[in-house]
Design a protein around this ligand. Structure first.
Ligand SMILES: NC(=O)c1ccc[n+]([C@@H]2O[C@H](COP(=O)([O-])OP(=O)(O)OC[C@H]3O[C@@H](n4cnc5c(N)ncnc54)[C@H](OP(=O)(O)O)[C@@H]3O)[C@@H](O)[C@H]2O)c1
Length: 309
């Protein structure tokens, strides 16, 4: 099968289109014939070796959509012919073997290409908003990096809960994030902390209850000036920062857990019309290096995908 793999860590020039044997699924796995795969900054970080050791050749990609070719003997809920999406390693290939617990039926309302852009960003946003922040109806949340893959999902999930959503993005993305149901779009090039505080003053809470930081660095650190006393700051980027914010503010970083139940919940939300996915571009598998370059530039609106089969 054709696959995008690396033989060692490094730059985009390490990405090669190679011919590898079709993976053998174990008893708890499904073998999926991949139709499309999503690309994210996590792929570039894996390629550079920032996510730890790998054995080589290492096939890249953490998310895909496709059709189940076969299911292991312990898999009861998925079978041959099911149209699925998954959050597991080795997705930039014509076939991937993945634990069934990281695979679910794709939203019926989405094409295979659209569905391939959902697993990582959707699972991260769902976990962040619902489980890590525990956002409630009527609360005010600031989503930093609202136009990106995770931000796009987070704005919509927060709005579906009945929260008042503020999002930061460049002006060219302001209409876009409003179309996702952000109540306010804030330019992060200006004094976005003051703008967020001002926008939140008139809301039910009178301040920003929570920040979901999808940017890291200075944005993460300034998030503490943005939230009200007792607010919470959750980041998916700034790991290992030592901060004592005071004012009763809590904070933590989290890594998304790939789980079937989250993918199933996302499918329900898509099919109920509560979510949509934004695809910036779909490239052929052989242009994986170009896809990495685009996500590394840091200004993708929604998702970049690879067409596989
Ligand atoms: N912890 C986890 O489990 C987890 C899971 C998924 C992702 N992540 C990480 O989370 C980050 C976001 O992922 P993603 O896929 O959403 O990224 P992405 O789609 O590549 O993000 C691109 C977006 O970021 C916006 N942006 C860039 N600089 C910004 C700033 N200073 N303030 C506000 N927006 C800014 C850009 O908007 P403009 O074009 O308008 O500038 C663009 O829309 C990445 O670092 C990724 O590796 C972590």
């Amino acid at each position: 099968m054709r696959a995008v793999a690396i033989e060692g860590f490094g730059g985009r020039d390490r990405l090669k289109l190679v011919d590898l044997p079709i993976p053998e699924p174990g008893p708890d796995d499904v073998l999926v014939r991949v139709r499309a795969a999503g690309v994210g900054l996590w792929d570039a970080k894996t390629r550079e070796g920032l996510f730890g050791k790998r054995s080589f050749p290492h096939v890249l990609g953490f998310e895909a959509s496709g059709i189940v070719e076969s299911a292991g003997e312990n898999v009861a809920d998925l079978g041959e012919g099911d149209e699925v999406y998954l959050y597991s390693g080795g997705c930039c290939a014509e076939y991937v073997a993945a634990p069934a617990k990281k695979v679910a039926c794709k939203p019926a309302s989405l094409s295979f290409e659209e569905a391939a852009g959902v697993p990582v960003a959707g699972s991260t946003a769902y976990q962040g908003i619902e489980e890590e922040i525990g956002l409630k109806e009527g609360e005010t949340i600031l989503i930093a990096g609202a136009a990106g893959g995770v931000g796009t999902m987070a704005v919509q999930i927060a709005a579906s809960l009945g929260a008042h959503v503020l999002g930061t993005a460049s002006p060219r993305n302001h209409d876009y994030i409003r179309s996702l149901r952000a109540a306010e779009a804030i330019d992060y090039h200006g004094d976005w902390v003051a703008a967020a505080r001002a926008a939140a003053r008139a809301t039910a809470s009178g301040g920003v209850d929570a920040v979901l930081d999808c940017v890291g660095g200075e944005t993460f650190r300034r998030s503490f000036e943005t939230v009200r006393d007792g607010g919470r700051v959750i980041t998916i980027v700034a790991f290992g920062e030592e901060i004592e914010p005071g004012r009763g503010i809590t904070h933590h970083a989290f890594s998304a857990r790939p789980e079937q139940r989250k993918l199933e919940k996302l499918s329900e939300m898509f099919d109920a019309g509560e979510l949509r996915v934004e695809i910036e571009d779909i490239l052929p598998l052989e242009e994986a290096a170009k896809a990495h370059e685009r996500v590394e530039a840091g200004h993708t609106r929604g998702k970049i995908l690879l067409r596989v089969g």
